[in-house]
Design a protein around this ligand. Structure first.
Ligand SMILES: *Cc1c(COP(=O)(O)O)cnc(C)c1O
Length: 444
């Protein structure tokens, strides 16, 4: 082993200057979002009430690349980009596999996940357009943390509606957001009409992501100079994450590696797309297999249907064509909170339909056991979400070993699990559920 193989580090100046857009590389144009009342395509103008103009432009852009604003690039560089690509030598040895396994370290971001990549861009575009305040929802808290820091960087006020049960169970996530200067309230809150209505009817409601989204949207519409910010699913969010895959390509090139497998976990699809899309767009990887790892408890890609559906539970958003379990599907309360979304980004869905991406589903006990093996062999406690990608990588590496194949496997370590120790504690105490959807309460 030489040191380059152990951790492949790019120069800070190699932080990508462009975002790579997947849309021009799809076999068929993406079906447009539709207005649920008329079933007609929504005009981009309708989105301008919610999102910065630049994001709306990017949402429908078919340019191959879009420049990363220098102000955003600077934030990315100050926040750990380019992130290391690390060779999982300890994991390879533990598995006794002939495969070479690499992982992209999005856990090194100050907020602990890939989400700052798009939060910083969205906050920047909003600030440039004269916006002073951003509203959003958060479930597990990773998105809220990224928005809070991005707003602090650009001098914006952040208003975060955090699902009440998470607010109580993941207190430190809320505290982190407040440390960055955000206002955080448990949702349902008394700050919106929708929240007040639910609180009147159900005083101890634990909240859901759907309710929190509805509150953030209502807040946005009712406040001057406020925009809404979203952490996954939309094209522009996936676009901002493409810095991950571009760096990974440069890092693999520097050690003459071509991946046989590129793997990411999928909630709404942003960290997976961020890693995979630059490979798919480049055409240099016709034989690479792209694996999307999801929970069996919320199996949008493996068990969902491809159709138009609402993006949120309350039915406030336009309908998107995607693999979905139904907007009213309540996923069981698994620890990978970031993967409990009923749908998947329209572009990821289209690529699954085309056969370019292969989805696999894993249950949370197997996933967290994979996370423990990774922690023991690599030292990093992965986010339960990221552990889905690790589980897929381990299975592929073991299968290759059986066949005596030495494959090159790359996965995205989308985040660390330092705020998720309760999940690992439950695993070790033997109190963790597999996934029994019918037994699980209605909370996100
Ligand atoms: C939010 C989150 C995810 C899931 O969201 P995607 O948009 O599918 O990437 C995965 N991993 C981590 C660490 C997250 O914070």
């Amino acid at each position: 082993m030489n040191k380059e193989q152990a951790r492949i580090q790019l120069d800070i100046e190699d932080t990508p200057k462009e975002y790579v857009n997947l849309l021009p590389h799809l076999k068929n144009p993406l079906p447009p979002p539709i207005n649920p009342a008329t079933e007609e395509p929504v005009s981009p103008d309708a989105l301008l009430a919610l999102f910065p103009g630049e994001c709306v432009k990017q949402e429908i852009s078919t340019e191959n690349t879009i420049p990363v604003p220098e102000e955003v690039r600077e934030i990315l560089m100050r926040s750990g980009r380019p992130t290391p690509l690390q060779r999982a030598i300890g994991l390879e040895r533990a598995l006794k596999t002939p495969c070479r396994i690499y992982y992209k370290r999005e856990d090194v971001s100050p907020t602990g996940s890939h989400k700052l990549n798009t939060a910083a861009a969205q906050a920047y575009y909003a600030q440039k357009e004269g916006i002073e305040r951003m509203a959003t929802e958060t479930g597990a808290g990773q998105w809220g943390s990224a928005v809070s820091l991005a707003c602090a960087y650009f001098g914006l006020e952040a208003m975060v509606y955090m699902v009440r049960i998470s607010y109580q169970q993941k207190q430190y996530r809320g505290t982190l957001m407040r440390t960055y200067g955000a206002k955080v309230v448990p949702s349902p809150s008394d700050l919106t009409e929708f929240g007040r209505k639910i609180n009147e009817e159900h005083p101890d409601h634990p909240g859901t992501l759907g309710i929190a989204i509805s509150e953030a949207l209502e807040d946005t519409i009712n406040h001057e100079n406020t925009k809404y910010t979203l952490g996954s699913v939309l094209n522009f969010v996936l676009l901002h994450q493409s810095v991950i895959g571009q760096e990974t390509i440069a890092q693999l090139d520097s050690v003459d590696e071509t991946p046989d497998y590129v793997i990411g976990c999928v909630g709404g699809g942003s960290n997976f797309a961020g890693l995979a899309y630059p490979f798919i767009a480049s055409k240099r990887y016709p034989d690479t297999k792209f694996i999307a790892a999801e929970p069996t408890a919320c199996p949008s890609l493996t068990k969902g249907t491809y159709r138009y559906d609402f993006g949120d539970t309350a039915g406030l958003t336009p309908k998107l064509k995607m693999y979905t379990l139904g907007a009213d599907f309540t996923p069981p309360k698994i620890h990978a909170g970031g993967l409990r979304y009923h749908g998947v980004a329209p572009s990821v869905s289209a690529l699954v339909l085309e056969g370019r991406i292969t989805p696999y589903a894993y249950n949370q006990i197997d996933v967290l056991n994979a996370g423990v093996l990774f922690a023991k062999s690599e030292g990093i406690v992965p986010a339960p979400e990221s552990a889905h990608a690790i589980k897929a990588a381990i299975d592929i590496a073991l299968e290759a070993k059986e066949k005596n194949q030495s494959s090159t496997i790359v996965f995205n370590l989308s985040g660390h699990g330092h705020f998720d120790m309760a999940a690992y504690g439950a695993l070790m105490d033997g109190t963790l559920n597999g996934d029994t959807p019918e037994l699980t309460p209605l909370v996100m």
